[in-house]
Design a protein around this ligand. Structure first.
Ligand code: URA
Length: 308
């Protein structure tokens, strides 16, 4: 029995009219315990353990005492409230963990040449609980200005692909292997692909993002993204495209995440044939299938040649 129990007992007992207090009986052991605790201890916030063991014994446990003997009329009932109980904080959720990773990445200075030329660190965008993640190579000029991945011409095509999958940018998560725009010689326009060493320096940030989001699968957009993600020096897209590759990560019960290798949307902008579009679409159908999303007949028939 502790002070809290004792207070509750005393409050209940003292709220009884005197006649009832004489009628209501409590075991002698409890009565003795109550009497053994001084008022000043009870009315403080100090926890006091009242042991019944010291006054145990068959007679005391079976003998009953009128409560009026234990609780006099004057017994104080306005005890101070016990200090608030502080339960342990729940583990931070994905949004909180991603926010704190973002704060760290936004101030990253690992690649001084990129820090010198970047306008924004392009961390990533989308749903921290996404079941599907898209990974590109690096921000281009538009992304660097806006601080968001895939907002330029290739990004607009990626958005269309996502919407054709009956998803949207808010439901998925989009990130790049490299979070800063690869620097360009002063005065030159356009973008350059990220170097291997740059991607290797930045990869821990992406892997941490993936660990937090723990998507059911990832789509890697283009050979540079695949190489960056898997630390490879080169891959043949003609062989790798349309296949799943397992990315080993320590994510809960899921030890690895399947990655679908497909073409970068910028490639599709340069090669706008039905057959190339269909290859990417076939890869997206495989992704939808993996996620267990229903696929309509209309979706199945996108980019099939008119003759088929
Ligand atoms: N290409 C990429 O790989 N990523 C972007 O964010 C934009 C273009």
């Amino acid at each position: 029995m502790n002070t809290g129990d004792l207070r509750a007992l005393l409050t209940a007992l003292t709220s009884l009219p005197e006649r009832r207090r004489r009628e209501v009986r409590i075991p002698l052991a409890v009565a003795t315990a109550v009497m053994s605790v001084k008022e000043d201890v009870l009315s403080s916030n100090r926890p006091v353990n009242v042991s019944l063991a010291g006054c145990s014994g068959a007679p005391q446990l079976t003998k009953w005492q009128p409560t009026s003997d234990v609780v006099p009329d004057s017994f104080p009932t306005d005890y101070p409230k016990p200090p608030p109980h502080n339960p342990p904080k729940p583990a931070p959720n994905r949004a909180e963990r991603l926010y704190s990773l973002r704060q760290r990445v936004l101030t990253c200075t690992t690649c001084p040449h990129l820090v010198a030329t970047r306008n924004n660190v392009v961390f990533g965008v989308g749903n921290p609980e996404a079941e599907l993640m898209f990974v590109g190579e690096a921000p281009g000029a538009d992304e660097d200005i806006q601080g968001e991945p895939f907002v330029g011409a290739a990004g607009k095509l990626l958005t269309k692909i996502i919407e054709a999958m009956a998803l949207n940018r808010e439901k998925v998560y989009i990130a790049n292997v490299l979070k800063c725009r690869p620097d360009m010689p002063p005065g030159s326009s356009g973008n350059r692909p990220p170097r291997r060493d740059e991607m290797a320096s930045c990869l821990p940030h992406l892997l941490e993002q993936i660990r937090i989001i723990a998507p059911k699968c990832i789509v890697a957009l283009g050979s540079t993204a695949v190489c960056g993600l898997f630390g490879l020096s080169e891959i043949k897209m003609s062989v790798a495209r349309g296949k799943w590759k397992l990315l080993d990560l320590d994510i809960g019960d899921q030890g690895s995440v399947p990655v679908m290798v497909t073409y970068h949307p910028a490639y599709l902008l340069r090669n706008q044939t039905l057959s190339e579009k269909r290859k990417v679409w076939d890869d997206m159908l495989a992704v939808l299938n993996h996620l267990g999303h229903p696929i309509t007949e209309r979706q199945r028939s996108f980019f099939l040649s008119p003759g088929r």
